[in-house]
Design a protein around this ligand. Structure first.
Ligand SMILES: C[S@@+](CC[C@H](N)C(=O)[O-])C[C@H]1O[C@@H](n2cnc3c(N)ncnc32)[C@H](O)[C@@H]1O
Length: 222
C-alpha cells in the first residue's frame, strides 16, 4: 500500500474511532440514553471479532441500539472500517476485556439482549477456567439484562455447548426459549467469520437461547 493510501486509511479509522468508540470512566456507569440520544432498547454483543453480526444486524434492527465489545485492537479497526457514521448511528464499540470489573460500567437492567457468538471454547480441561461462561459471568449478565431480556449464545463446540446448557439449567434466573437449544439458525441468520471457518472444517453451530426470568424470593414463595 502506498504511503498516501495508508495515511488516508489511518485518518479514516481515527475519524470513525472518534464517533463509534465509547469513552468510559471507570468511576461512572455508561448512560446509554446520552450516548445514543434515545431510549431505544440496547443490545450487547460480547467478543464481536471482525464485526459481521454487529455491522449487518444493526442495519436490520435500526430501531435498537447495539454495543459491540471486543478486546483486540486490530479486530476493532476492521469493524471501524465497515461502519458508516450515517447508516450506523445506532452502533458503538467498546475496547475492553469483559470481566467482573469492566462489566460494572454497564447499568443494571440496561440491556434487552446479549449475544455471544462463537466464544473461544478453550477445549483443554486445564483451560476450562478461562471460559467466558461460568456462574460468576452469568450472574453479571443476569444483572445487566432487563426482565425477560434475552441471552443468545452460539457455539460449534459440542462439549462447550453442554457446559453452557448445564450452567444455564442450574440457574433460577434464566429459562429456555423454545427448548433452549436448536441446530437451526433463526430467520435472517448472519454467518460470522469464525462460524464460516469452523463450518468449512465440518463443525455446525448450536444456537442457545435463554430468557431472564423473574426470580421469586423464598419469602414471597411461602
Ligand atoms: C472465536 S472469536 C469469535 C468472534 C466473532 N463473534 C465471530 O463469530 O466471528 C472470539 C472473540 O471474542 C473476543 N473475546 C474473548 N474474550 C473476550 C473478553 N473477555 N472481552 C472482550 N472480548 C473477548 C476475542 O478477542 C475474539 O475476537
Amino acid at each position: 500500500m502506498s504511503k498516501i493510501l495508508s495515511t488516508k486509511l489511518t485518518e479514516m479509522i481515527e475519524r470513525k474511532r472518534a464517533y463509534f468508540q465509547l469513552c468510559y470512566q471507570e468511576s461512572e456507569q455508561i448512560n446509554f440514553g446520552e450516548v445514543f440520544g434515545n431510549n431505544n432498547p440496547v443490545y450487547l454483543e460480547i467478543g464481536c471479532g471482525r464485526g459481521e453480526f454487529l455491522v449487518k444486524q444493526s442495519l436490520l434492527e435500526w430501531q435498537c441500539n447495539f454495543v459491540g465489545v471486543e478486546m483486540k485492537g486490530n479486530r476493532l479497526d476492521l469493524i471501524l472500517r465497515q461502519l458508516d457514521e450515517e447508516r450506523h448511528r445506532n452502533v458503538r464499540l467498546l475496547d475492553i476485556y469483559i470481566d467482573a470489573q469492566t462489566i460494572s460500567y454497564f447499568p443494571a437492567k440496561s440491556l434487552r439482549k446479549i449475544f455471544i457468538i462463537q466464544p473461544d471454547p478453550w477445549p483443554k480441561r486445564t483451560h476450562h477456567r478461562r471460559r467466558l461462561i461460568n456462574h460468576a459471568f452469568l450472574d453479571m449478565l443476569s444483572l445487566l439484562l432487563e426482565q425477560r431480556g434475552i441471552l443468545e449464545i452460539q457455539t460449534d463446540h459440542e462439549e462447550y455447548a453442554h457446559w453452557i446448557l448445564k450452567h444455564l439449567a442450574e440457574r433460577r434466573d434464566f429459562m429456555p426459549v423454545y427448548g433452549g437449544v436448536s441446530k437451526i439458525p433463526r430467520h435472517g441468520h448472519i454467518v460470522t467469520y469464525f462460524e464460516e471457518k469452523k463450518m468449512r472444517e465440518g463443525f455446525s453451530p448450536l444456537y442457545i437461547t435463554y430468557r431472564k426470568k423473574k426470580v421469586v424470593s423464598e419469602t414471597e414463595e411461602n
